[in-house]
Design a protein around this ligand. Sequence first.
Ligand code: ZN
Length: 200
Amino acid sequence: MFSENTKKYGCIEVICGSMFSGKTEELIRRLKRAQFANQKIQIFKPTVDNRFSETDVVSHDLHSFPCTPIKDPERMLKVDEDVEVIGIDEAQFFGESIVGVCQKLAEMGKRVIIAGLDMDYMGKPFGPMPALMAIAEDVQKVHAICVRCGNLANYSHRLSGSRKLVVIGEKDIYEPLCRRCYNLALEEDKAAKAEEKAAK
Ligand code: ZN
């Protein structure tokens, strides 16, 4: 059973899922509860994610929380001593060094709550997320709703033509799909590409 009673010892929690699964909302919910418990919190996110605001964690439904954009995960080790809870949003965009940093933070007695995409648009484990999930005390998978059939969705299907992996999720670029609809969509994409090629 997941327990929030971690005041004395450090720990690592991971919240992950597809686009539009409510990862950031769940992160903010936990951080708000820590604030109610009079715990000092600090939030970090990678600088690559600046879709709305440079200084706020911004979720898709615009509940926001002040946050520090950073390039290098090592920066988190310089957090004030009295900070008890550290939130990390969009953790999938950090390099592998975030794994060791989170271990150190937990060993310093901090509660580290990490939100991030578990898979990229190709359905592959995303960046440092698999390792973070492995070292975490608690992992919660949150789900979007499949826009094609209404089942729980855990894939982010890319609708745009961009080949860049770091495309920030908006409804016109990605759609959340369940396993079955995601595989059908990939087949459709393949057929469409073949058709395009044949037309040239
Ligand atoms: Zn579906």
